[in-house]
Design a protein around this ligand. Structure first.
Ligand SMILES: [Zn+2]
Length: 287
């Protein structure tokens, strides 16, 4: 058993510091920054910061050090290691009244001066006018997010703690949707949020996509797929957990603590007791 501190990394709505530095915020292809509420995509808590700003990097390293000083924690779990959604999961298009089948500059980040300048110095040119066709520009931004995570993870491990991250279902999907190619992350544990209802899919999809994530990362990243509890009736929970065990995953995450019911907890405790019994029996047989 262990407790991980929860770190909102590139989206920091509860942090008083960033609003004092308007230039810390991520900027979209239309030149609008997440600093001003009226320019934020989808929801007002989308207050994403730029992964390439030195001041942002130092600020988040300070946050890691602050969390690492909490006595008794085993690690830090980073969340929101990504850009705003260039594409939302299919189910949410209707919710926001959007058709996201073609990319829009409104939802494509980060085009701030620092990112554009860094890209220009590396590649000797500006991003193409049609960013969807600019593989180097996409690659640059995927690396920017991955490098940001890897910096935080390294600092976490310097404090002898484990670094985990909550991510979108597979590196390919995550890169496309939120510029989060987590196959590039040096992480001790990835928690892919395989929320099937968000994608208009069924629970078999969640198991399949977990297998795909393991394949895409050649099994080198320990996975703990994250299940969305409101989609799982308590009497189906044990079967769902058993399905996920067949993927070879390292653990299973249940989101969120506010949505777990007394009945879910009862089923979970019974299931865990059965697993402990099975592990003991297996150990006895293998002796
Ligand atoms: Zn930027």
């Amino acid at each position: 058993m262990g407790v991980y501190a929860w770190l909102w990394a590139l989206n920091r709505p509860a942090d008083a510091e960033p609003p004092q530095h308007p230039d810390w915020f991520a900027v979209n292809a239309a030149g609008k920054s997440c600093h001003r509420q009226e320019n934020r995509p989808f929801v007002s808590y989308y207050q994403f910061l730029c992964p390439n700003r030195e001041e942002v990097r130092h600020h988040l390293l300070r946050e890691v050090r602050r969390l690492a000083a909490i006595p008794g924690i085993s690690g830090i779990q980073a969340d929101y290691i990504r850009m705003p959604d260039a594409t939302l999961p299919r189910h949410l298009w209707d919710y926001y009244g959007l058709d996201m089948s073609t990319p829009s500059p409104k939802y494509d980040y980060c085009y701030c001066a620092v990112c554009l300048d860094k890209f220009r110095r590396l590649y000797g040119r500006c991003p193409l006018a049609a960013p969807a066709e600019d593989k180097e520009w996409l690659d640059f931004r995927l690396n920017s997010v991955a490098d940001f995570y890897n910096m935080l993870a390294e600092e976490t491990r310097n404090h002898h703690l484990r670094s985990a991250c909550a991510v979108f279902p597979t590196p390919t999907l995550a890169a496309e949707m939120v510029r989060q190619d987590w196959g590039r992350f040096h992480t001790d544990l990835a928690l892919p949020m395989v929320y099937h209802s968000f994608y208009d899919e069924d629970d078999a999809w969640a198991v399949d996509i977990t297998r795909r994530a393991a394949l895409e990362t050649d099994g080198r990243i320990p996975l703990a797929p994250g299940l969305h509890l409101p989609d799982i009736p308590p009497d189906e929970l044990a079967a769902r957990l058993n399905d996920f065990l067949t993927t070879g995953c390292h653990g299973i995450a249940l989101y969120s603590d506010a949505e777990i019911t007394a009945e879910h907890l009862r089923v979970l405790q019974q299931w865990m007791a059965e697993q402990r019994y099975r592990i003991r029996q297996d150990a006895r047989h293998n002796r």
